[in-house]
Design a protein around this ligand. Sequence first.
Ligand code: ZN
Length: 295
Amino acid sequence: MRVANVQGRAHIVVDGEVVDVAAASGDRFPADPLELLERWPEFRDWAAGAPRAGAVPLVAGDLGAPVPRPRQVFAIGMNYRDHADETGLGVPVSPSTFTKFPTCITGPSAQVPLPPGDVDWEVELVVVLGRTARNVSASRAWDHVAGVCVGQDLSERKLQLIPPSPQFSLGKSHPGFGPTGPYLVTPDELGDPDDLALGCTLNGEQVQQGRTRDMLFPVPELIARLSAVVTMLPGDLIFTGTPAGVGLGRTPPRFLAPGDVLVSSIDQVGEITTRLTPSPGLPQPTGTPRAFART
Ligand code: ZN
């Protein structure tokens, strides 16, 4: 099943058309995508035999983020060996975890203003939780997933890597830095949900290409390790890391400019298009590194 956010309301996608969940269920289920995820198991059972009456054509420009207001967004750095190598940050022994603050989440055809600094691209598989998860074993982890979508972990590298204490979460949370979509795809739609081809083009040039089977910590392991610490909630997102090919890893490094167009795609899931636009200047995220005061 594919579930889209069409103008803020949850819709089931069927053969290029969309069915409004609240209307088709006689308001048994809520229109709000996050509220629907709170009732995901019950909804999924109903949707298997749901009426398709009232279907209307899917208009790509009407699609919003599959989860527009997640309560928690987990993101994993250096989760593919080839990307860990190109960054020079080393291969982690435990998932390198940060957050993208939820206000950065946007939809599948976003226009994103570029802040000052060095903004880079990272195509990622994004996992959407469909149940509360606490101390979940890897073998049960996919049972807690509502679905997956395509994501871009846009990253402003100067602030992300500023010494002495890198600021991954801030550098990756400017407005629009979390494009997601085009819709939530349930795991049963995916041949092998742990082996999906993903890639990204910049102005038509292929810049990233990988497979999710090459993750150092695959999705089940991520959920096991994260839920051992944090209570994960329905609608929470996990940006699961990016393969090699980012701008920072190039010689010389290459970063995004106004007018650039990123197309990020995952096999069997879909693609999203992100357009970078100029933005009024903000303070340059650099400065003299200051050592921590020691007490
Ligand atoms: Zn990333």
